[in-house]
Design a protein around this ligand. Structure first.
Ligand code: ATP
Length: 453
């Protein structure tokens, strides 16, 4: 029989400090600081063996629900460098700036739009009270140069937002697929910004990944589709977090709205940093296609095949971040539970759909050859269908803890009873309950619980 565990009481951990997540991520191979052996570089991170699995699952789940489940949505993957005129047309060359101030005393740097009102008014540092410098503007676009001959090189930019490729490919998609308006184009891809205040781990980086849907509609249907995607995206996030009360909409006030937007909502999540944007739902009207028509000289208007009406489609945009999702999901999932003896288990209550490792297989004892052989056989059977780890190091309790800490939803233990009746013990990460499942049903038992539906 598998060793039973003491029931653990969940501690009240209202908000998890970011440091705990940073240290777990490094210790267990989710995220490493980029170029660490050279002292690191602010705003860049690398993803380790578990991080890459979690990221892939997050991306795939988004793609599944946005593209695969919608008959009127298709996907693309664009290059991260485009013609430089794109960034003039989009307004980024001129307007993609942050205004910042430095504290003359403690040398900290702040974005003016992030300063509390009282510090703005008194021109004082929110940390030490020191005097602030004059505001200075910085363009966030990262420059790069194409070509080999000095002097003939063309200056262009790493894309400051991924969605521009969608406008650039809109006409090609229309002509090469069977889409008709209303329809959408999705993309997941890297974006680069010379953020003046990178920080809070993955929250604000200089290289990060965005997911975008640009949904093209007839102007008369804009309200309807805006509401549809706004609700759809909110429910999507609600479906993958434990703390549903930490999600809310923030509606942009008149002063926050772009000039072409009638409305915009952020989906926000509450962490130790306060309420923060997770994704934006934007009313983009015909701004992007009109600008690209003007700058490229190509007519990007649409002709309705039935009514023959010709118009520039309006756009509903939903734009969020893979890295921010990664961070918020870890903050949402992290819990420390302590049993009556004072032993603590760290557990990630990640949704089983997203957990990096789906299942771990343990022989009850490492020195019993029959148990080890049977366990390896079961491991080989399962790993064809899911990410599955084999572990025979230390006692069962320790092995459970190792898996809890990385969010593995199921652990399978092979014991002496297995050799008699071909059943195994499956232990649930969240409830710690154990059930016996026949080996012949094990794959389906797990797949039913880890496959999104
Ligand atoms: P902010 O005002 O915080 O700088 P933004 O409004 O400019 O953000 P968008 O351009 O709308 O952000 O980007 C869409 C999404 O991309 C954001 O909701 C966020 O999830 C993600 N994102 C934006 N900037 C960063 C960054 N520097 N690091 C990580 N993710 C980011």
């Amino acid at each position: 029989m598998t060793q039973t565990e003491e029931k653990l009481e969940a501690q009240d951990t209202p908000q998890v400090p970011i440091d705990k997540i940073v240290s777990l991520c490094k210790r267990r191979g989710f995220v490493y600081p980029n170029s660490e052996i050279y002292g690191g570089v602010a705003g860049f991170y690398d993803f380790g063996p578990l991080g890459v699995e979690l990221r892939n699952n997050i991306r795939r789940y988004w793609w599944w629900s946005m593209v695969q489940l919608h008959d009127n949505v298709v996907g693309i993957e664009g290059a991260t460098i485009t013609h430089p005129r794109v960034w003039e047309a989009s307004g980024h060359v001129e307007n993609f700036t942050d205004t910042l101030v430095d504290c003359k005393k403690c040398k900290r740097r702040f974005r003016v739009d992030h300063l509390p009102a009282e510090n703005l008014a008194s021109n004082s540092c929110p940390v030490c009270g020191g005097e602030l410098t004059e505001p200075r503007k910085f363009n966030l676009l990262m420059e790069t140069y194409l070509g080999v001959v000095e002097g003939d090189k063309m200056k262009t930019y790493l894309r400051g937002e991924a969605c521009q490729n969608i406008y650039l490919d809109y006409d090609n998609v229309l002509k090469s697929s069977r889409m008709q308006i209303p329809f959408g184009i999705c993309q997941i891809g890297k974006a680069y910004r010379n953020e003046v205040t990178p920080g809070n781990f993955l929250f604000r980086q200089r290289e990060f990944e965005q997911w975008d849907l640009q949904f093209f509609v007839h102007p008369s249907e804009m309200d309807k589709w805006f509401d549809y995607w706004k609700e759809y995206r909110f429910n999507w996030y609600k479906g993958i977090v434990n703390h549903k009360d930490r999600l809310r909409f923030h509606e942009h006030g008149k002063d926050e709205l772009a000039h072409y937007a009638k409305k915009a909502f952020d989906i926000e999540y509450q962490t130790i940093l306060g309420w923060q944007e997770w994704e934006g739902i934007h009313w983009r009207q015909d701004w992007d296609l009109t600008r690209h028509s003007e700058y490229s000289g190509q007519d990007l208007a649409y002709t309705d095949p039935n009514t023959k009406e010709r118009y520039v489609p309006w756009i509903v945009e939903t734009s969020g971040g893979v890295d921010r999702t990664f961070l918020f999901l870890l903050l949402d999932a992290y819990e420390e539970e302590t049993d009556p003896k004072g032993d603590t288990r760290v557990v990630l209550h990640l949704h089983p759909w997203l957990a990096p490792v789906k299942c771990a297989v343990f022989p009850l004892q490492k020195n019993k050859e029959e148990l080890v052989n049977k366990s390896k056989e079961i491991h080989r059977m399962l790993q064809r269908y899911m990410v599955c780890q084999y572990d025979d190091v230390a006692n069962i309790g320790r092995r459970y803890r190792r898996q809890d800490e990385i969010g593995t939803p199921y652990c399978v233990t092979i014991d002496f009873q297995t050799l008699d009746d071909q059943t195994v013990t499956v232990r649930n990460r969240d409830t710690m309950e154990q059930v016996r499942v026949p080996i012949s049903e094990l794959t389906m038992y797990l797949l039913e619980r880890i496959t999104w539906k």
